[in-house]
Ligand binder design. Sequence first.
Ligand SMILES: CC(C)(COP(=O)(O)OP(=O)(O)OC[C@H]1O[C@@H](n2cnc3c(N)ncnc32)[C@H](O)[C@@H]1OP(=O)(O)O)[C@@H](O)C(=O)NCCC(=O)NCCS
Length: 283
Amino acid sequence: MTFPAYRSLLDGAPGHDIFVASQGTELCGLALWRESEEGGRRLLSIFTASVWRRRGVARALLRQAQETYRFAGAGKLAAFWSDSLPGAEPFSRLLASLGWSIPALDCVRISANAQQTKIWSDSRRMERMTIRPGIEFREFGAVSAAERTEIDRLLEAEGVPARWRPFDPLENVNQQLSLLMYRNTHLDGWIVVQDSAPSEVWFYSLYNRGLSASAGALMPLLVEVCRRHHAAFGPTGRWRYNTGPDHPGMAAFLDRYAEEFADFHDRHLYSTFTPTGAPSATV
Ligand SMILES: CC(C)(COP(=O)(O)OP(=O)(O)OC[C@H]1O[C@@H](n2cnc3c(N)ncnc32)[C@H](O)[C@@H]1OP(=O)(O)O)[C@@H](O)C(=O)NCCC(=O)NCCS
């Protein structure tokens, strides 16, 4: 009755609570919560059996949790969900009606299977993008230590924070798939790719130095790294990339273009609720 990833928690796992709604012996719905670091609770999943939908089951499950946690003096409650779920809209309405905060963006998530990547990278439009005159790509692995220092100095002088510079000492950086992109010999942007799981990589960061301000300026970089990813990992490889609200330009870019190069794309949202009247801590 919940996402497969959470089923193992239903046997009872430390730090987790399960609220169940039932009618006689029939299970109508359940909500799964996890204790968060700050002492609050995070809603992992809420689900109503389809025959019981729109009869107040989820509302009752949330009210019960709010009341239980208020009584226990737990801190803030938080819920995270994907806007791609069929229940996303009903769920956000439900939260709003119970006084939760307006849903905010946690991150834009995109990912693709390399097989999918091959389909589009074979298309003429995508191919043309990476062979535009003046565009050149360089693998991190081919950049010497002296050049790295030089690039780092240039970017430091420009005020690029250390964590966004290409050669930030990060673990598991894939030196073949991480690329610098040049336009007419000027460094324009880069992508840092990290190995995460077998056949899977994270696009850790994408940076546009701003020489070309058009919204699609990074598209050739993405197309090129996806093409190389397919060549390296074959059809079973997968890449993922997330970006949060601290990068509004990138979030807008992905909202607009992700469908062109990803086979999965969503907005991960969150909302919070502070149970009022919670018993204050004894001094
Ligand atoms: C989202 C879900 C949990 C709602 O469960 P439910 O028991 O049907 O919800 P309730 O009957 O308690 O409805 C409470 C409110 O939610 C909203 N809502 C529920 N279903 C809705 C629908 N189909 N359309 C619009 N609003 C809806 C309404 O605001 C409703 O209040 P109202 O009936 O007074 O208008 C259920 O649809 C579900 O299990 N979906 C699949 C799992 C999922 O997406 N979970 C959420 C993210 S983890």
